[in-house]
Design a protein around this ligand. Structure first.
Ligand SMILES: [Zn+2]
Length: 96
């Protein structure tokens, strides 16, 4: 269980890609990702505390075709890109 705003700050601090974004842009992007995950039943919102609860562990995979970063539930989902449906995915960030 974690807080939306904490995640956005974490993303900003940890990923170069988001370094030059302002926090509003990150929050917007993040909310899109979160509602997508919610639609796919991966996580639940807790409205009163503005917290997000993951139903299971999730992994990030980057599509090698369209470079979309997918958030996949580690337990249930079949690994296909949610944008282009390619199954050519690699772990993100990539392991060295
Ligand atoms: Zn893709």
């Amino acid at each position: 269980m974690f807080d939306n705003n904490d995640i956005c700050r974490f993303m900003k601090e940890n990923y170069l890609k988001y370094k030059n974004w302002n926090i509003e842009e990150i929050t917007k992007l993040f909310n899109i990702v979160i509602s997508d995950l919610h639609d796919r039943n991966v996580l639940i919102f807790q409205k009163d505390t503005d917290a997000v609860i993951l139903k299971s562990r999730f992994v990030r995979k980057q599509c090698l075709k369209c470079y979309y970063i997918n958030y996949l539930s580690a337990s249930s989902e079949s690994p296909n890109c949610h944008r282009c449906k390619s199954d050519n995915l690699k772990d993100f960030p990539s392991k060295k």
